[in-house]
Design a protein. Structure first.
Length: 474
């Protein structure tokens, strides 16, 4: 069930009235849990068994870790959680990838081996809820969290439908205490929720999807397009993936607010970052903080000397790249970001980066934003073109530059998307809010803007099929 589909709004319209009428915390949570499984099972009901499996394993393991005083047993329990969760994720997401990779290696060495290929369908959102449940058991193991005694609350924490399939990847210490109380949205939450849903849907559909039409067609026929057209498609992809994922995150947070739940922000104007470290504190925040807290720090972080710090950064980003998909191009994408972060750390020394500091308008700051965006743009090549053949063809077209009679057309299209995206980001950046529309004093103007955005978006949806969110593949 896609957020940008009419069936979702019918679903939400049916869920909310019943939810508001239920009398107590227990009935509300049971109802939300049932609706979350219905939401997830709408794709394929069989995948609900994986949700149940992760839920039961980590609920039981969390209790056993907390109740055990034997350090050896605690390590065994957390290892069971890691192996079971990552084992399921690895099988569904990476089995054929590693088989294909080993096959290519053996052929290059003239080995003759028979291989097994399975037709495996990737469960939607498995990467997200796997990391979410792992954070629960790891935090208990680190003695930073007490396990919940309420199985329904924990099951809802794992399956909460607004953020189940594409995040944000919530921490138990932030979400579980909310689910342990009777959910009842405030008037402010309702206003913010509607605003985030409208703005998020507009971003996803009118910016992300429309840009994606250009991107998919051009990158689907690289051999038929000239250099400037491919460069325009790359820039448009950077806009598409940002509008698509930030739009989803807005809608997830907005939907949760309608239920009285606060989810973390997942994006904070990443393309206005002044360096690569700041970019990763603004882009997919829930994943970057997860990788830092549960992988980078577990590897030693920056506590073991500067060279080990660079190695830890590289390992973290390489695995972060692989998390996105079963392709060596994703590994290259992660490796490039690991290299960027290591080089920046090298020059940064003991100085710290302030992620959400307001920077003044100057040529120097503008150049920092431009260079950072350029570095990120280069990595998107490997993220979007997940086959090595298409990647080589793209670079060949860039190196052997070909002019196009449609140069001005593609420049104008690309510039339009960039300016519209920057307008949204600058408004959020200056106000420090994703719901800045609510700060407009005139009630009529506020309602008019939101109504106009809704009408334009729904008219477009009536004329086209809803496109899946980019991160649903991961």
């Amino acid at each position: 069930m896609l957020f940008n589909s009419f069936i979702f709004f019918i679903f939400l319209g049916a869920v909310l009235p019943v939810f508001y009428l239920l009398p107590n915390k227990s009935s509300k949570n049971i109802f939300l849990l049932a609706m979350s499984y219905f939401f997830y099972g709408y794709w394929d009901w069989r995948f609900c068994f994986l949700l149940v499996l992760s839920t039961v394993i980590d609920y039981v393991i969390g209790r056993k870790i907390f109740n055990s005083s034997d350090s050896r047993k605690r390590k065994i329990y957390v290892a069971i959680s890691l192996v079971s969760n990552l084992g399921v994720l690895g099988f569904f997401k990476y089995f054929n990838f590693f088989v294909d990779s080993f096959q290519s290696l053996s052929q290059s060495l003239n080995w003759h081996v028979d291989y097994v290929h399975l037709n495996i369908l990737l469960p939607v959102g498995i990467s997200f809820y796997t990391f979410q449940t792992l954070s629960y058991t790891i935090d208990i193991y680190r003695k930073r969290l007490e396990p919940t005694k309420n199985f329904i609350d924990f099951a809802l924490f794992v399956a909460f439908f607004p953020q189940l399939v594409a995040g944000p990847i919530e921490r138990a210490k932030a979400l579980l205490p909310q689910l342990a109380k009777k959910l009842s949205p405030t008037r402010t939450q309702l206003k913010q929720g509607v605003t985030l849903i409208v703005v998020g849907l507009f971003r996803k559909v009118m910016i992300g999807d429309t840009a994606g039409l250009f991107v998919d067609h051009i990158f689907g026929h690289i051999d038929q397009y000239k250099s400037i057209e491919l460069l325009a498609a790359l820039i448009l992809f950077s806009i598409q993936i940002y509008a698509d994922f930030s739009g989803y995150s807005h809608m997830a947070r907005g939907t949760a607010k309608l239920l009285g739940v606060e989810l973390m922000k997942n994006f904070e104007q990443p393309y206005l970052s002044h360096n690569i470290t700041e970019f990763w504190r603004r882009w997919h925040i829930s994943l970057s903080t997860w990788l830092k807290d549960y992988l980078y720090i577990s590897l030693g972080g920056n506590r073991l000397g500067k060279y080990r710090t660079y190695i830890n950064l590289m390992i973290t980003m390489l695995l972060g790249g692989l998390w996105h998909g079963a392709s060596w191009n994703f590994v290259i994408w992660g490796g490039l970001h690991g290299l960027y972060l290591s080089i920046h750390k090298m020059f940064l020394g003991s100085h710290k980066v302030s992620a959400f500091k307001m920077h003044g308008l100057s040529l120097r700051n503008g150049m920092k934003v431009f260079v950072t965006s350029l570095l990120v743009l280069f990595t998107w090549i490997f993220f979007r073109l997940t086959s090595w053949e298409s990647t080589k063809l793209f670079f060949s077209k860039m190196i052997h530059w070909e002019s196009s009679e449609y140069t001005l057309l593609f420049i104008s299209i690309t510039l339009t998307y960039v300016l519209v995206t920057m307008l949204f980001d600058i408004l959020e950046y200056v106000t420090g809010k994703h719901t800045y529309i609510l700060d407009i004093k005139s009630k009529g103007v506020k309602i008019g803007i939101l109504f106009a955005m809704s009408i334009v978006t729904f008219i477009y949806l009536f004329q086209s099929d809803p496109l899946p969110f980019v991160y649903f593949r991961f």
